[in-house]
Design a protein around this ligand. Structure first.
Ligand code: FMN
Length: 561
């Protein structure tokens, strides 16, 4: 498949729109690569800003004196050759004054030698007639990819649409129009923009299979950020103080952009004050996180909820993804004072505030013109979460039921273990869910086979304790498999602070259950033996309270430095 990219941005390869085009091309390569017998994608690129391209003289000599040949000797001859060569032409450009940039318009005008002088009626009823093409252009496809500066593409692309409706024919081109284009050059926002680019890539893949699916179109139609977030980000990015008109410092711009990303949905009933002290530049700002949004204070400071003391360079490196925030914290590259909860739930407060708005009054507009029924492989498949109860329930049922009645208790425990797989429809299974079900079934069978409860029950506690303790010698302590759900899922496993906290807690719980069989064995010989499970729940209740406190206290202690 021969693809011609015409990049009409004066920024050349540094263009935002070109980033989308590159992603689309990657997708096309994937799509074509998966098709048997299909030629690979062969891409030719034209950077309009590098061409020697003079404006059309309007002399019509390409129609009458030298049909098909322009009288101007410049690079347009090669451009026309490439347009004729390509199976697919991708027009990539920024929106300038609601249409294409001047350089590209120049190139479009210079296509005059490609059409014949005669007037014909158009089949698609666009406008009031057209000129037939000089060359056979049937079978060739057109893609239009563009970003614009406003928060949405909606309502901004009427001029571009009209141009391509006339040029390529209504419904005869595929378009991706994206608002908030300048965000594609902001590394701090790459999490969201990369996500968007993944959908553009998917669109490219689907295009090679016929057309972009409705699911992908819907994703491309979503705003990168909600309007107010984007506009605050954009305003801050110019580095000019809105009130004074003076140049703002890097620290101030950065803090304002951070504040713009605040998600007011995370508001928990009380304003929070995040104080940022950039130690290397000796600048301090406060971000007040309120119900209606955030505001940055440069003076008149309030009592802070959380204060982060960091070199500006470190915080900036974290923001652009050069270092992980948790890793930097473990290395004591910055300190956190006050409430640590804000840092633990950073993504909740400042995560990528994507807009769920569909195509409508508020959204970006993909407007893919071809009607797509193509398949979508969905970029994000929802992840199931693990559930510690699935691991615990067989044990608890066994300890309670068997200590009351050995026979019936064993049967009930086996029934509980048999039910475990049912929960895997909704939850992600772990190795410990499986091993727990298996071990408890084994212990229950032993009781049914006549083994004394006084031996089997303590043994079950011991096995449980060993299962916990042993994981402290491996890579992931047992509790981490479950508590990661509350800390960004599997990415929490990369967080050294999270892992260390879980390691300590797993070890403590493991030791508790390694010791439990000792007193269990003796108590079971007494009159209160049938109450052993109730007695054995006293210490875990205290441990539970301790765990809840420790998992907040310990990271905060490290953060204070
Ligand atoms: C001269 C000029 C005119 C522009 N006109 C518009 C416009 O009419 N509507 C809009 O939303 N953005 C407009 N923009 C913003 C650009 O479309 C936006 O910054 C785009 O992402 C730049 O893309 P590029 O990096 O591919 O060149 C304009 C920018 C410039 C420099």
């Amino acid at each position: 498949m021969k693809v011609l990219v015409i990049n009409g941005s004066p920024k050349g390869k540094g263009s935002n729109s070109y980033k989308l085009t590159k992603a689309f091309l990657e997708g096309m390569e994937l799509g074509v690569g998966s098709m048997e017998g299909e030629d690979p994608v062969w891409v030719e690129e034209i950077q309009v800003n590098r061409l020697d391209l003079k404006p059309c003289l309007g002399c019509f000599s390409c129609w009458n004196k030298t049909p098909g040949q322009c009288c101007i000797q410049d690079d347009m001859k090669q451009v026309i050759e490439k347009l004729l060569w390509a199976d697919v032409t991708i027009w990539s450009f920024p929106l300038y004054y609601f249409t294409v940039p001047g350089g590209l318009k120049n190139l479009i005008d210079r296509q005059l030698p490609m059409i014949l002088p005669f007037m014909v009626e158009r089949e698609d009823q666009v406008g009031n007639g057209s000129h037939p093409t000089r060359y056979d252009m049937s079978g060739k496809k057109t893609v239009v990819i563009s970003t614009c500066g406003f928060y949405t593409a909606e309502g901004n692309y009427d001029g571009v649409r009209s141009l391509f409706d006339h040029m390529s024919g209504k419904d005869r081109y595929t378009a991706i129009f994206c608002g908030q284009g300048e965000l594609f050059r902001v590394p701090e926002l790459s999490q969201r923009t990369d996500e968007y680019l993944e959908y553009v890539k998917e669109a490219g893949r689907e295009f090679t299979e016929g057309s972009i699916s409705e699911t992908t179109k819907a994703e491309l139609d979503k705003l990168l950020y909600p309007r107010e977030v984007f506009e605050s980000l954009a305003d801050a990015s110019w580095g000019i103080d809105k009130e004074t008109g003076k140049k703002a410092s890097d620290g101030q711009i950065f803090t304002k952009q951070m504040a713009a990303l605040y998600q007011k949905e995370s508001y928990s009933g009380k304003d929070k004050v995040l104080e940022m002290y950039y130690t290397d530049v000796d600048e301090c700002y406060q971000i007040v996180l309120g119900k209606e949004g955030s505001r940055v204070l440069t003076d008149g400071f309030q009592t802070f909820t959380t204060r982060i003391e960091t070199p500006f360079t470190v915080w900036h490196s974290i923001a652009v993804g050069e270092i992980r925030g948790d890793e930097a914290l473990m290395k004591h590259l910055y300190k956190v004072k006050g409430d640590f909860d804000l840092l633990l739930n950073w993504d909740k407060y400042f995560g990528s505030a994507t807009s769920e708005t569909g195509k409508g009054e508020e959204n970006g507009d993909t407007g893919s013109e071809e009607n797509g029924n193509g398949s979508s492989q969905g970029i994000h498949t929802p992840q199931k979460a693990t559930n510690m109860n699935i691991m615990l329930i067989p044990w608890i049922v066994f300890w309670v039921a068997v200590s009351i009645d050995g026979f019936m208790g064993s049967l009930i425990s086996i029934a509980a273990c048999v039910l475990v797989p049912v929960f895997f429809y909704q939850n992600k299974k772990t190795f410990y869910d499986i091993i727990s079900g298996t071990l408890v079934t084994g212990f229950s069978m032993a009781v049914l086979a006549g083994a004394p409860e006084r031996i089997v029950v303590p043994l079950a506690y011991l096995a449980f304790g060993i299962m916990w303790t042993i994981t402290c010698f491996g890579k992931i302590p047992l509790t981490a498999h479950y508590s990661m759900n509350n800390y960004n899922g599997e990415s929490a496993l990369q967080n050294p602070l999270f892992m260390k906290t879980n390691w300590i807690l797993t070890l403590m719980w493991g030791i508790l259950y390694l010791l439990t069989p000792i007193w269990t064995y003796f108590i079971m010989a007494t009159k209160v033996g049938s109450l052993i499970s109730a007695i054995n729940s006293i210490l875990p209740i205290f441990m539970g309270v301790f765990t809840a406190w420790f998992q907040k206290w310990y990271p905060a202690k490290i953060a204070r430095g």
